[in-house]
Design a protein around this ligand. Structure first.
Ligand code: UD1
Ligand code: MG
Length: 457
């Protein structure tokens, strides 16, 4: 069977009160629409059509990495009209699944049986909800068979009380949609062409419409405003947190973690509150992440501890390292085993050798550092001359005294020693002591400026 998916994403999303098209608002760091496209892909869709209208260009640009047939709906005349725009490009022998670009949590397991039921017939995904207001209601006959979807605005008081609603998702043979949709009118309170009217025509022609109920209300939750977007985000994060706990990761509080990408964890990982993970992150066995840390596109090795308030991006941290608190590892930082980066230290494109320590208040950028190096508090690699970036090399076992500035390009050889407060502009050879500062001179019998001193204005 050939499956073609049509995703409706032309709506304006007025209630988001945003300049951005609704389907580009982010859930777990990715556009809403991207979640829906990923689901369609997982279903094994042979072709993916996305109907766009409002902000069409922006939407296409944002999702250009996906293989999609973009269909433009110039005027938003209703869900039926939207599907009709895509239909001429659908193989008439295919089964069509209609999804909404703003319903991101629908799972493959819910959709599979729906698609399977629709090879010869029409199938609709419904749900029982606590508050059906705003949704189309499912009208059934005395035997319980599906009759029609009645839109909220078109409901009489008895219909309004129905708790089973239309999720909006349906599957049907393309041939049936080709037959029915051109016949659907817009004689209703909104003057729109309603997609579910095609189901009513199928029933009128003497056929049955299969209905499947979604497992949870959450799955069919559409995002219309920012309140719903926040609810969907929390639900999604809760699901991820639950899975991490079941996989053996200890979370201080499953309600206070945010994963915007993929987080893979080894055994006995502990994650304290308010950690944010972005992109691809790997935490190996026994890693501890302290409170309020951001980790993005990084790998943290066995037994390493990241203390509170640290920021790690595009970095590799090997085993048994200490990072933070208040450390900032920028892209290209590579810490070897047992290295330490302490508080208020920023690193960038820097290799920190095994067991080396940069414990306080330093900037180490564009640097190749050997093992067992000690960098004193307040050390700065001056990597930028205003035009170009240059590298600093610091050899095995070197010692850099506090408050030193290493003006790159410069090299300190193995065992080199830099006196505190030095400005280093020339290479330091092995086992040399470099003193690059004004010599101290003491002036005797110094008279402190007294009360009579004038002119301090
Ligand atoms: C629709 C259903 C309703 C269902 C509800 C579920 C119809 C007529 N009603 O109502 O039964 O309970 O969804 O959430 O189908 N869209 C287009 N082009 C258009 C109109 C809509 O692409 O011309 C897209 C929207 O961007 C959105 C989706 O279709 O993704 C649904 O449209 P919306 O206007 O939100 O329909 P509802 O009134 O919520
Ligand atoms: Mg809607």
């Amino acid at each position: 069977m050939k499956l073609e998916v049509i995703v409706l994403a032309a709506g304006k999303g007025t209630r988001m009160r945003s300049d951005k098209p609704k389907v580009l608002h982010r859930l777990a760091g990715r556009p809403l629409l991207d979640h829906v496209l990923a689901t369609a892909e997982q279903l094994g869709a042979d072709r993916l059509h996305v109907v766009v209208g409002h902000g069409a260009e922006q939407v296409r640009d944002a999702l250009s990495a996906r293989t999609v047939n973009w269909v433009t709906q110039q005027q938003q005349l209703g869900t039926g009209h939207a599907v009709l725009q895509a239909l001429p490009q659908v193989d008439p022998a295919a089964t069509v699944l209609v999804l909404y670009g703003d319903v991101p949590l629908l799972g493959v397991d819910t959709l599979k049986p729906l698609v399977a039921a629709a090879t010869s017939d029409m199938a609709l995904l419904t749900a029982r909800v606590d508050d059906p207001a705003g949704y189309g209601r499912i009208a059934r006959d005395a035997t319980g068979e599906f009759c029609a979807v009645v839109e909220d605005r078109d409901c009489d008081s008895a219909q309004r009380a129905i708790g089973e609603i239309n999720s909006g998702v349906l599957a049907a043979p393309a041939a049936l949609l080709n037959d029915y949709l051109p016949r659907v009118g817009n004689d209703n309170s909104q003057g729109e062409y309603y997609l579910p009217e095609a189901l009513a025509l199928h029933v009128a022609a003497g056929h049955r419409v299969a209905t499947h109920q979604a497992a949870s209300e959450l799955e069919i939750l559409g995002v219309n405003d920012r309140l719903q977007l926040a609810a969907v985000e929390r639900a999604y994060q809760q699901g991820l947190a639950r899975q991490l706990l079941l996989d053996g990761v200890q979370l201080a509080d499953p309600a206070r973690i945010d994963i915007r990408g993929s987080l893979r964890c080894g055994r006995d990982v502990f994650i304290d509150v308010n950690a944010v993970f972005e992109g691809d992150v790997v935490l190996e066995d026994g890693v501890t992440i302290g409170p309020n840390c951001l980790v993005k596109n990084s790998r943290i090795g066995n037994g390493t501890t990241v203390y509170a308030m640290s920021h790690i991006v595009g970095s590799t941290v090997a085993a048994k390292c200490n990072v933070g608190p208040y450390a900032r590892l920028r892209t290209g930082t590579e810490m070897a085993g047992g290295a330490r980066i302490g508080n208020f230290v920023e690193t960038k494109k820097a290799a920190i050798g095994p067991g080396s320590k940069v414990n306080h208040l330093s900037y180490i950028g564009d640097c190749d550092m050997g093992g067992e190096v000690n960098i004193g508090a307040g050390t700065i690699t001056c990597n930028y001359d205003g035009v170009n970036k240059h590298r600093t090399a610091i050899g095995e076992g070197a010692f850099v005294g506090s408050n030193s500035t290493l003006v790159a390009p410069v090299a300190i050889a193995d065992g080199g020693f830099v006196a505190a407060g030095s400005t280093i502009t020339k290479p330091v050879e092995a086992n040399e002591l470099a003193v690059g500062r004004g010599r101290q001179r003491n002036i005797g019998n110094w008279q402190r400026p007294g009360a009579s001193t004038q002119g301090e204005g």
